[in-house]
Every structure is written in structure tokens, then in C-alpha cells.
Ligand binder design. Structure first.
Ligand code: PLP
Length: 452
């Protein structure tokens, strides 16, 4: 076809989008796609790169692009890595019942900042404090956007232009560029590093206390361990020392957990209940790590200190909304009732190996004839900076497909939003984090992979 006729054969945009296939689509998204496609087409015709125009193909190409754009980027994935609190995969799962309750609150008006008894303005933080203070037998609590905000708010409120003493062994960097020295600097507090990388003694704290010192801070070594010739000062000793010198003691606990951990992890990781027995000034921890709820940061401790935090203007920028408060309240109730099954993170953590094996068998019974697999004993991490370097037992199903490398298999699974891991040069699905309700989807995906 001559160029001129080809150019003429390009459909009119208005006409083109009248096609029934485009009927319910967003014109705001569609129109620029069509125009861009036609512009390119025009150029290609002029450069002799196109010799015919096929409207059906044009439409399907544009539809595909349209759906690519409209598909939500944030999607459900299946966590088959075995890492329970996986920061890249959304950390802790929210209990569906807590979520339902939050939905009811958030889709109606509510008394978020209204005192129903007095009929006047109330305080959003009050909804949670009465329950939570019972749970941990603490004077008061404040919830902010996440634990990073908690650290920042505490330092900014109490230690601006003052000195905060931290051990050199605890100057952590958490994924996503949270670094204690930087956070400290931005908060206005002056970091005083004491001790060495591997050893810090109580005298290192004592020797560095000056009239500018405001706080002794301990930071949980969330994602690393210092082993061998090493020692650190326990929080209870730091706490005692702070009292002697009339300073604040603050523990950035990172993960923080309320129930005793299984697999002997409790020896190295003290629970919040035990830490509160040291009578600390302030402790903060995340809502969506081992606590197993929604993204939030808890600051617990002395009533008069929490009151000062509430007066900081910054709190307005770090405050949590009704969804968060509602979900946290429901989960705190589960803790009070000791219904740990309602906290998905704990539920996964406490599953014993025989239950994991049973779940693995639900899958393997279905894929027997279609793929090479093996059920193996393995180990995994809790994640979320809760118990660095400590492994817990787990069960996995290895998947082998002829002529495919483990990397290739991993990619194929990832295309189905199933995130597994490679161990000993083999791709595997770890059942510590796989939920029963997803096994059918995994099975269908495997069938699909093998036959396509
Ligand atoms: C995870 C962690 C933080 C940050 O908490 P987020 O809830 O992710 O903001 C701060 N400090 C420590 C020690 C942590 O482990």
C-alpha cells in the first residue's frame, strides 16, 4: 500500500475508541495511549517500517497496555520464603477479624476524637491506652506511625541539643536507611558513642556522663550479632545507672514481643513483660514485627514522659489514624484474652513441624504426577530484626523441573506472585509461612508452569 493510503487508513481516534471493547475503560488513561500509538504508527509509515494496518491488532495492543497501567502495582503475594516477618513482603499479616472491625469503624463516623460521655472533644490515643497499660502493666503508652517515628519523637522531645549515650556495638542500620547516628542527628540530639565495637562495659556509660547528658539509650541489635570476645550492658543495668544520675533511660527494642518465644529463643531475647520489670523510663517497639499487628510504633513508659511526648508538635505529623487504632485495639484484646491464634505472626511462629509436614503433604498429594519434588526438613528465620542469626526449624517442598535452573524456576514462580527461596542450589517453598488457603493456588500455578 502506498504511504498516502496507509496514513489515511489510520483510524480516527474518536471512532477507534467507540469500539465496544473500550466501553467501560477510563478515557483519561485510554486516549493518550491511542494517540501515542497512532503517532508512532505515522512515523513508522513515513519511514517505510509499516506496510499494512490491522485494527484488531492495534486494539489488542492498546488494551494490553491499558490493563498493564490499571493493574494495581501493590499485589497479593504468597510468602514461601519461610521468613515470617518479611520486611519486603509487608511484614506481619493483619488478623482478618481485626480488619473487619476496623472496616466497620472506618466506613462509619466514629468517636475518634470525641468523648461520648462528656459530649466534647476527646483524645485519639485514649482508645488504646486503657487496654494496653493493663497488658504490660505500664503507666502509659503512645502510638505513632512506626517505630522509626517513635525513636525520632523520643530523641527530639527529650534530647534536643543534649547528649545521648549509646554503645558503639549498637549503632545499627536497619534496611531502608534507618541509621541510629543519622536519626540522632536529624532529631537534634548529640550522639555520644561509648565502648568498642565488640565490648561495652557499664563504666563506659558512667565515665561519659557529663552535665550535657540527658539520656542513656540502648538499641536492639536487630539484624546482626556480635559473637566471640564480646559483651554488652544489659538494659536493667543501664536503667539503674540512669536513675542514679537522674537521667532518662530508653530502649529502642525494635521488634519486641509479649509471649515467650519457642525454640529456646527466649534465652537471648527478653520479652516486653520482663523488660518492664526493670521499671524503664521509656521503651519503644514496632507494631508489625513480632507484635504481629499493623504498622505502628509503641512508646511505653512513665506517664509524665508520655505527656511530654504528646505536647511535641511533631506528634501531629506522626499520628496514627482510625484504621490503625482500631486494628491495634482488637489485637491487644487478643493478647489480653491470650488468644494467640488470632495473631497470624505468632500462629506461624508456634506451628510445630508435624503440622507443617501435614500442610506440605496437602500440596504434594496434588502435584505428584506433574513435577519432581521432595519434602525436606529445613530451617528459617523469624525476620524483622527480631532474633538476628537465630534459625528455627521448618519444612519445605523442593521443586525441580527438567532443564530448568533453580533461578529459572524461582523466576517462573515469581511471575505467579509466589516468592520462594533457593537453598543448596534447589528452589523450595517453605511451609513456615504458607497459609493453607493458598495451597490450591500454588498447586494450580505449578500445573500451569509445567504445562506451558
Ligand atoms: C525495626 C527497627 C526500627 C524501625 O522500626 P519501624 O517500625 O520499621 O519503623 C528501629 N529500631 C530498631 C532497633 C528496629 O529493629
Amino acid at each position: 500500500m502506498p504511504k498516502k493510503s496507509l496514513l489515511k487508513a489510520i483510524p480516527k481516534v474518536d471512532k477507534f475508541i467507540e469500539d465496544p471493547q473500550f466501553k467501560d475503560l477510563s478515557k483519561t488513561v485510554l486516549l493518550p495511549l491511542v494517540r501515542a500509538k497512532f503517532d508512532t504508527l505515522r512515523k513508522e509509515i513515513l519511514n517505510d517500517k509499516v506496510t499494512s494496518i490491522n485494527e484488531v491488532e492495534l486494539r489488542s495492543g492498546i488494551l494490553e497496555k491499558y490493563h498493564d497501567i490499571m493493574r494495581p502495582s501493590l499485589q497479593k503475594v504468597i510468602n514461601a520464603t519461610g521468613v515470617i516477618v518479611h520486611t519486603n513482603l509487608g511484614r506481619s499479616l493483619i488478623n482478618p477479624e481485626s480488619f473487619d472491625r476496623a472496616k466497620e469503624i472506618a466506613t462509619s463516623y466514629n468517636n475518634l476524637e470525641y468523648d461520648l460521655e462528656k459530649g466534647k472533644r476527646g483524645e485519639r490515643y485514649s482508645h488504646l491506652s486503657s487496654l494496653f497499660t493493663k497488658l504490660l502493666d505500664c503507666e502509659d503508652v503512645l502510638v505513632v506511625n512506626n517505630n522509626a517515628s517513635a525513636v525520632f519523637l523520643v530523641l527530639n522531645t527529650f534530647a534536643k541539643r543534649k547528649e545521648v549515650i549509646v554503645s558503639r556495638g549498637e549503632l545499627v542500620e536497619i534496611g531502608g536507611s534507618f541509621r541510629i547516628p543519622e536519626v540522632m542527628k536529624n532529631s537534634g540530639a548529640k550522639l555520644v558513642e561509648v565502648g568498642t565495637t565488640n565490648k561495652t562495659h557499664l563504666s563506659d556509660y558512667t565515665d561519659n556522663i557529663t552535665h550535657r547528658t540527658k539520656m542513656l539509650m540502648k538499641v536492639h541489635k536487630s539484624n546482626y550479632a556480635i559473637e566471640g570476645f564480646s559483651s554488652e550492658v544489659e538494659f536493667k543495668d543501664i536503667s539503674k545507672l540512669a536513675k542514679v544520675y537522674d537521667l532518662l533511660d530508653y530502649y529502642d527494642l525494635g521488634s519486641g514481643h509479649l509471649v515467650d518465644l519457642p525454640y529456646g529463643l527466649n534465652n537471648s531475647e527478653r520479652s516486653l513483660k520482663k523488660i518492664m520489670k526493670d521499671d524503664p523510663s521509656l521503651v519503644s517497639f514496632s507494631g508489625d514485627k513480632l507484635f504481629g499487628s499493623v504498622q505502628a510504633g509503641f512508646i511505653i513508659g512513665k506517664k509524665e514522659l508520655i505527656a511530654k511526648l504528646k505536647k511535641n508538635q511533631l506528634l501531629r505529623m506522626l499520628r496514627v489514624d482510625k484504621l490503625t487504632l482500631s486494628i491495634l485495639t482488637e489485637d491487644i484484646k487478643s493478647y489480653l484474652l491470650e488468644e494467640y491464634k488470632n495473631i497470624p505472626t505468632l500462629n506461624m511462629l508456634f506451628k510445630d513441624v508435624s503440622e507443617l509436614k501435614t500442610n506440605a503433604k496437602v500440596l504434594t498429594d496434588e502435584i505428584q504426577d506433574i513435577v519432581n519434588y521432595e519434602v525436606i526438613d529445613t530451617t528459617t528465620l523469624i525476620g524483622g530484626g527480631s532474633t538476628p542469626n537465630r534459625k528455627i526449624p521448618s519444612v519445605a517442598v523442593t521443586i525441580k523441573i527438567k532443564n530448568y535452573s533453580p533461578n529459572k524456576i524461582q523466576t517462573l514462580f515469581r511471575e505467579k506472585n509466589i516468592i520462594g527461596r533457593i537453598e543448596d542450589d534447589t528452589f523450595l517453598l517453605d511451609f513456615r509461612t504458607i497459609e493453607l488457603k493458598d495451597i490450591n493456588y500454588i498447586k494450580e500455578s505449578i500445573k500451569c508452569l509445567v504445562t506451558s
